[in-house]
Write a protein that binds this ligand. Structure first.
Ligand code: ADP
Length: 438
């Protein structure tokens, strides 16, 4: 189907339309010019020659006209001729008097003669009682055939021209296509992109600016990550000191509140550092072949006493997989802690299920809590993304948990996705290959 919007927005198509319009104008112009130049201006000169020519033939035919000689001459010179009187008519071409659009203009030196042009050259003589009419080049194989050839050649030449313009425009707009690819890469999150610049025109400048821009964005993001990592590192020692100092304080509400804040800060710092480690080339996983059933039991045990509780569903046989147990425990812990955080004590228990999926394993963590609005779903795994932008103590968090979960799952060669309905609950599903090479 023709996409009108794309059509209207495409610079390329607009330029092509412009060229086509220019061509149409040229064609009209050419036709008009031919009419003026050939048919009108040269007409007076042609008239004189033609009238002289016809005069000679008329003299030869004589009065009264010798129709036998007329036929002979007409055939010899390749012209059409008709002789008409009120009583009879003779012609070697019955079509000669049928032309309706024929417009005859009197020939100035002798107004008994008139001349006209329509699909051939007409010369009329009023010599009462005779009316002679000559037609030159009126035959199909003559004038009109040449005109058809002319039209075909002209049209083919124009079609070729349009095609050539199309190819030339495509070639000229190549930089735009490459730039488009670069922008697309950036929108997909690939900031390492640099468009190769082979042009020295305005497009070349544009590509240079684009490459500059993507380099600056890259540097800004790196600087932000570096700052975050350095600040987190620096905060660890004072936090440890505060924790030690807290040990010496008398138990009180203030001490409990400070201890809670310190714990929250510790979680945040360890999340930032964990995310940083996973991103760095040295943050390799220490994978071992373990029974992930045991890992699920162990982590879910940490949540056993909390409302609304966990319902564990495990297969009978052991579930061996090659995973980094510490990192994978983080995944399960983050999923469970979110499931609890976004459920109420009255909700149905959180379900944690382990099952076979092809040759690998599927882990699902399903809660019956508040759910996630549809428009937020694509961003849940983005770092620092939270549905509720105003942080409150209860739902805590900085939006790093899910991004770490995804990084760890993907580093294990697995996939994670989620399904959620507001007010009904959320399910996170991890597909993990059974044996992943390190
Ligand atoms: P946070 O530390 O804020 O929990 P996460 O990265 O763990 O950050 O999660 C990002 C956001 O995704 C959360 O703020 C929350 O809005 C949403 N979310 C994650 N898990 C659930 C869930 N089980 N139910 C409802 N919302 C969830």
């Amino acid at each position: 189907m023709l996409n009108i919007r794309k059509f209207r927005q495409s610079f390329f198509i607009k330029i092509t339309i412009l060229f086509v319009l220019a061509l149409i104008f040229m064609i009209t112009f050419e036709a008009g010019l031919r009419d003026v130049m050939l048919h009108r201006r040269h007409f007076s000169k042609i008239q004189r020659n033609v009238v002289n020519y016809c005069n000679y033939i008329l003299e030869d035919i004589g009065t009264p006209p010798d129709t036998l000689l007329a036929r002979q001459l007409a055939e010899e010179y390749g012209i059409s001729l008709s002789i008409t009187t009120p009583e009879w008519q003779w012609t070697n071409n019955p079509d000669i008097n049928k032309e309706k659009e024929l417009e005859l203009i009197p020939y100035e030196p002798d107004t008994t003669i008139s001349v006209g042009f329509h699909k051939g050259l007409y010369v009329d003589y009023q010599r009462p009682p005779y009316h002679f009419r000559f037609l030159m080049e009126g035959r199909r194989e003559g004038f009109s055939y040449a005109a058809e050839i002319y039209a075909i050649i002209l049209l083919s030449a124009f079609a070729l021209l349009i095609f050539a313009i199309y190819l030339a425009m495509r070639w000229m707009l190549r930089p735009l296509r490459e730039l488009h690819e670069g922008v697309h890469q950036i929108s997909q999150g690939n900031l390492e992109v640099a468009v190769q610049n082979r042009w020295r025109d305005e497009f070349g400048d544009l590509i240079d600016s684009f490459n500059d821009m993507s380099r600056k964005i890259r540097e800004m993001l790196l600087a932000r990550e570096r700052l975050l990592r350095d600040v987190s590192h620096e905060l660890r020692s004072p936090l440890t000191r505060i924790k030690i100092a807290l040990e010496f304080m008398e138990p009180s509400d203030t001490r409990a509140a400070i201890a809670e804040d310190v714990k929250e800060m510790e979680t945040m710092i360890s999340e930032i550092l964990e995310s940083e480690r996973l991103n760095s080339p040295y943050g390799g996983l220490k994978k071992e072949k373990i029974d992930i059933k045991e890992l699920l039991c162990h982590v879910s045990g940490e949540f056993q006493d909390k409302a609304p509780g966990v319902k564990l569903e495990l297969p009978d046989q052991p579930a061996f997989a090659l995973v980094d147990p510490d990192r994978f425990a983080i995944v399960l812990r983050n999923l469970l802690s979110n499931a609890f955080k976004f459920s109420t004590p009255q909700s149905a228990p959180v379900e944690m299920t382990l099952s076979r999926a092809g040759s690998g394993w599927r882990i699902s963590v399903k809660d019956y809590g508040i759910g996630i609005p549809e428009e937020d779903l694509p961003f849940i795994f983005e770092p620092f993304y939270r549905v509720d932008k105003s942080r409150n103590k209860k739902s805590g968090g900085y939006g790093l948990g899910m991004s770490i979960v995804r990084q760890i799952v993907e580093r294990h060669g697995g996939e994670i996705r989620l399904e959620s309905t507001p007010e009904q609950g959320t399910e996170f599903i991890i597909d993990l290959p059974a044996e992943v090479q390190q």
